[in-house]
Design a protein. Structure first.
Length: 326
């Protein structure tokens, strides 16, 4: 590990005359229609059936756009400001003009949740390059589009948070920052999708992605943390890891509890011999990792530091955030 820089039967019942049974209606009972969510597109709300974008939008044609995944708990949006800041950073990096202010974006996001009458869930916030032609030139896309979608999400069932998950190392390497920096949460997620396919084919819960140097970058949708001798290690951003919002919360919780977090280059060997490990992400939250490439990590069960991290994280999400219905 090289450091580079968080019942009973009824008796004696009188006999009753058997009633004539009515004819049974064999018609299948109709199921109640699922509630359709309202989706925000460029200042207006649409039903799921009517929420559409142009086939000429470069977000569709080329994956030219950015997004954020945001959670809200108990009527509060978790770390809204940090997510918006990261969205704007992604936009600046790819020369994409967001057609509204951060304050207006925040209010649109809150109103989308209100329109759907939710208190807990997930938000997908998208900004596309907008409508252009079939050519690649983004200058022909005059008006970027803003899309906000709400959903109720549970990425993993609760038993996984108690028992932990497994991963395999993927042959697909994380995109080199000199080609497309992983710090940009772009709509082009094919790199991650290909690694996810490998994990699926191996019947693993997640896929570990290495960088060009063979060091751990991140998983297909999560940051990676390992614990060794009471210290927590995680790959630095320069290794190809996303500067995750939940990742930063781990740093805060560790500081509260006096545990040192070290950003360091991590190899597969380091993962294999770790005492504990866990993954973090907005959708996954904090989840234990107990097996890597068939090898049990530590005891093969979630460890005590991981358990404390999960418990404290859940406390923070219940108690903090931007109010939705104030």
């Amino acid at each position: 590990m090289k450091t580079s820089n968080a019942g009973g039967a009824v008796i004696d019942q009188p006999k009753l005359r058997q009633a004539v049974k009515p004819a049974l209606d064999k018609t299948p009972a109709s199921k109640p229609a699922a509630k359709q969510s309202k989706i925000y597109i460029d200042g207006k709300f649409y039903s799921e059936a009517d929420a559409k974008v142009s086939v000429f939008d470069h977000g569709l044609l080329y994956g030219d756009g950015i997004f954020e995944g945001i959670r809200f708990y108990n009527g509060r949006v978790f770390r809204l400001e940090e997510h918006l800041e990261r969205l704007w950073d992604s936009a600046r990096s790819i020369c994409l003009h967001v057609p509204m202010s951060q304050r207006a974006m925040g209010e649109a996001l809150l109103e989308t949740i209100r329109q759907n009458n939710l208190r807990n869930g997930y938000i997908r916030l998208i900004v596309t390059r907008g409508v252009g032609n079939l050519g690649l030139n983004p200058e022909l896309c005059k008006t970027p589009s803003v899309i906000i979608i709400t959903a109720q999400i549970a990425l993993y069932p609760e038993p996984v948070y108690k028992n932990g998950l497994s991963l395999v190392t993927c042959a697909t390497r994380r995109t080199n920052p000199s080609a497309l920096n992983p710090a940009v949460k772009s709509l082009n997620y094919l790199n991650n999708v290909m690694a996810r396919i490998e994990a699926n084919q191996a019947n693993a819960d997640e896929g570990l992605m290495l960088n060009d140097e063979g060091n751990v970058a991140e998983c297909t949708a999560d940051n990676v943390f390992i614990i060794k001798r009471g210290q927590i290690f995680t790959p630095p951003i320069t290794a190809g890891a996303l500067r995750g919002i939940t990742r930063s919360v781990v740093f805060e919780i560790a500081a509260e509890t006096g545990i040192k977090v070290i950003e360091a280059d991590i190899t597969r060997h380091d993962v294999f011999v770790a005492d504990e490990a866990f993954l973090t992400g907005t959708a996954a939250e904090i989840i234990p990792l107990v097996k890597a490439d068939g090898r049990p990590i530590g005891t093969g069960k979630p460890g005590p530091i991981t358990a404390r991290m999960i418990s404290r994280f859940r406390e923070i999400t219940r108690e903090t955030g931007t109010p939705i219905y104030s």
